[in-house]
Each structure stands twice: as structure tokens, then as C-alpha cells.
Design a protein around this ligand. Structure first.
Ligand code: FE2
Ligand code: FE2
Length: 409
């Protein structure tokens, strides 16, 4: 067990070895202590194992407070993490008593951060490290453990455990366990920050590619971003889970990337297409698939090339490139199709004056209500009726933005 940075702190009573260490079984004379120690070690082991399986920081922090409560029986547990501005912010909180958010001891937390060591105080009232004006004293706290979440020399946060019930509520070996849990938490947080950096880098690469296609002409700039946002809104209405939302979002951002394989003389043509030009234009979803098939996508996002490539399919089977119908078209592609056409109808597109299939479009944009009406007219033939209904719901009855998906939008 990692005992680094854990220091013995003020005690008002003589300390017996059984309070400070996990002794060998033969040296423990009391059955109760043996059982208690076993439970503490068991829960700590399970917690460490669970930390390794989780992917969300807040989930891990809350789990730590839940599980440590099983053997520490504290009144209040708080985990604070250092945010991007370098400030400590509470990320997980468990209050067993009256639910009041009492003040934390800044003195003690500052000490833990400066010294990079965990502390235990058995009786705050007699602890020389607190002055009489310290807010923690007025909060009625009697015993506390504060442990730094340390990665090397860097403090990522602190774990605070408090009891107002009694003097000596925690033993020094409890501090050792909390320090051990804090050390696992630090590793987990570092890994998750690294994961977040990789995700942001992947995200920015996709967005840059997407913007490159849209930037071919000023009037299509932002098309894929708007289609992605609207697709996600519709999909949320339809109850798709987070993984499917993410795949759909990327598929929408990349849906027209095949257009980079279409010659500019056709792509930017200001006028009707002839047959061969129309056929070349209609090849862009296939080109999208060919390009995206070369990408390495993580397992949960492997269906992106398929979703992107099917955004011009129609549910009656008259779309392209595969002429798929009904249930053979994935729901994500049906959503993307509706969002794509809605954006084409409601955005200013006076040049080129045709859609991807070469059909002439009006120079003027049409209103949202008119666009919805047009989509509704084709619901059941071109578009999936449930998707059109979900789009209408989004537009007429908007919900507050969902932060979880906005973070990747
Ligand atoms: Fe397209
Ligand atoms: Fe498009």
C-alpha cells in the first residue's frame, strides 16, 4: 500500500498500532478489528478495481464517496478537482446530515496542497493547525481527513472526509486507504484527460475536413456543421443513445466529403447539369464512402462511412447510390437525409442553383414552416415520417440544450 505523502497528524489520545497499521492477522487479537480491517481492505480493493473500469470522472468520484462511506461512516464527503483556471471546484458531494453545504477548511486544504501530504485531524478543536476563527470549527466538524489527489508533483484535487459526531472518528489507517484511493484516482484522471485531448484532436480533424468541403463556396460554408447539429437534435428527440448520437454527428459532418472528388466545373456550375454531369454529381455519396473507408474510426464509430454514404437514399427505394428502401436504410441515415434537405431549403444557396442531384433550387431561401411543409409532403416516400415528425417537434417545441452532446457539437 502506498503510504507516501501520508503523515501522522495531531492526536489527542495515545495511538495504538492497531489504529495506524493493517497488522498481520496473527497480531490482531480482537475479532471485531480483524473483521473491520477486512471490510476496509475489501471495499478499497473493489473501489480500485471499479475505478479502472469507469470512463467518466464524475461517476468515479461519486463512487468513491459512496463506497468509502461504507467503512468510514462520515457525515460529509467532498471531492474537489482543480479546474482549467487552476481553481479547486467541488465535483462530488455526499452529505449525510442536514444537507447544508457547510464551509470547508481552507487552512487545512491549503496545507494539504502546499505540503502535498494527506492529513488526519482527530479533534479539530484542539488541533493547533486551526485557528479559532477557522470556518470548519464553526461548522461543527470534529474529525477530518484531507488527502491530495497527486500525479507526480502535481495536485489534481483533494478528497475531504468529515465527521461532526465525534472526536477520533477516523483512524490513521483510514488516511492510508484514502491516500491509496486518491493515488488511483489521480492516475484515472490523468488517463481521462489524455483521452479527452485525443478526442478533441480527432474532433478538430473531422471538423476541419468537413469545413474544407463546405468552403468550396461561401454559400455552402457551415452546411455540414448545421446539418450535424440538426441531425443530433432530431436523433435526441427520437431517443438515440450517446454513442449513436456521436456517430451520427461525425457522419453528418463528413456526409459531403466525397464532393472533393467532383470537379469544380461541375460542383460550382451555375446552371443546369447535363446527364453526365448529373451522374458525376450523384457519385459523391459513393466517393464519401470510399474516402471514409480509409479512415480509422474507433469501434463505436465504425458505421460512420455507411451512414454518410446513404444520405441520398429514399425510403421508397428511388434514392441513390444503392436504391435502398425502408428498414434497409439505417435510422441515422434517414435522419441525416432530412437534416440535409432541410438545411438546403432554409439556407441561402443562390449559387450553385441546384441540389446535389442537379435538381434546380430557388435562389431565395424558404421559411422554416414552408420547408417543414415540403418535407411533410414527402414523408413516407422520400423521407421517414417519424423523422420528419421529430424534426417538426424540435422546431416547434425546442428543449433546453443538452450539455452532454453540446460538448462534442
Ligand atoms: Fe450530399
Ligand atoms: Fe449535404
Amino acid at each position: 500500500m502506498d503510504t507516501n505523502n501520508a503523515t501522522a497528524m495531531t492526536q489527542t489520545q495515545p495511538i495504538s498500532k492497531v489504529d495506524t497499521e493493517f497488522l498481520p492477522e496473527k497480531d490482531i487479537l480482537t475479532d471485531g478489528v480483524l473483521r473491520e480491517d477486512y471490510e476496509k481492505l475489501r471495499i478499497t480493493y473493489e473501489l480500485q478495481r471499479d475505478i479502472g473500469c469507469e470512463i467518466e470522472v464524475d461517476m468515479v468520484l461519486n463512487r468513491i464517496l459512496e463506497r468509502t462511506f461504507e467503512f468510514l461512516n462520515y457525515d460529509r464527503g467532498i471531492i474537489l478537482l482543480v479546474n482549467k483556471k487552476g481553481k479547486l471546484k467541488a465535483r462530488a458531494y455526499k452529505n449525510i446530515t442536514d444537507g447544508k453545504k457547510n464551509a470547508l477548511s481552507t487552512t487545512l486544504i491549503r496545507h494539504v496542497i502546499d505540503k502535498k501530504e494527506g492529513v488526519i485531524s482527530s479533534d479539530i478543536l484542539t488541533d493547533g493547525r486551526f485557528n479559532k476563527a477557522d470556518s470548519i470549527i464553526f461548522s461543527g466538524i470534529r474529525s477530518t481527513i484531507v488527502a491530495p489527489i497527486l500525479q507526480g508533483n502535481e495536485v489534481l484535487g483533494v478528497i475531504v472526509i468529515e465527521s461532526s459526531k465525534k472526536v477520533g472518528a477516523f483512524a490513521e489507517k483510514d488516511l492510508l486507504l484514502i491516500m491509496n484511493i486518491a493515488s488511483h484516482t489521480a492516475q484515472f484522471i490523468k488517463n481521462s484527460l489524455l483521452h479527452e485531448e485525443l478526442r478533441m484532436s480527432f474532433d478538430s480533424a473531422i471538423r476541419t475536413l468537413s469545413a474544407t468541403v463546405d468552403a468550396k463556396h461561401t454559400l455552402t460554408a457551415g452546411h455540414s456543421e448545421r446539418v450535424a447539429k440538426l441531425s443530433v437534435r432530431i436523433a435526441k428527440r427520437m431517443g438515440l443513445n450517446k454513442n449513436r448520437l456521436e456517430a451520427l454527428r461525425y457522419a453528418a459532418l463528413l456526409h459531403d466529403i466525397g464532393k472533393i472528388g467532383i470537379s469544380d466545373s461541375i460542383l460550382l456550375k451555375n446552371g443546369p447539369f447535363n446527364d453526365s454531369e448529373r451522374e458525376e454529381m450523384k457519385s459523391h455519396p459513393t466517393k464519401t464512402k470510399e474516402i471514409l473507408d480509409k479512415f480509422y474510426f474507433p469501434k463505436l464509430l465504425r458505421n460512420i462511412p455507411t451512414i454518410s454514404a446513404l444520405h441520398h437514399e429514399r425510403i421508397d427505394g428511388t434514392g441513390y447510390p444503392n436504391g435502398l428502401a425502408g428498414a434497409d436504410i439505417p435510422l441515422e441515415a434517414k435522419i441525416l437525409s432530412v437534416a440535409d434537405v432541410f438545411d438546403a431549403l432554409t439556407s441561402l444557396r443562390d449559387y450553385p442553383k441546384h441540389d446535389d442531384a442537379g435538381k434546380d433550387l430557388e435562389c431565395e431561401t424558404i421559411s422554416v414552416a414552408q420547408a417543414v411543409k415540403m418535407l411533410e409532403k414527402e414523408a413516407g416516400s422520400h423521407f421517414d415520417a417519424a423523422v420528419v415528425a421529430a424534426l417538426k417537434e424540435c422546431l416547434t417545441n425546442p428543449k433546453p440544450k443538452d450539455k452532454s452532446i453540446d460538448s462534442v457539437c
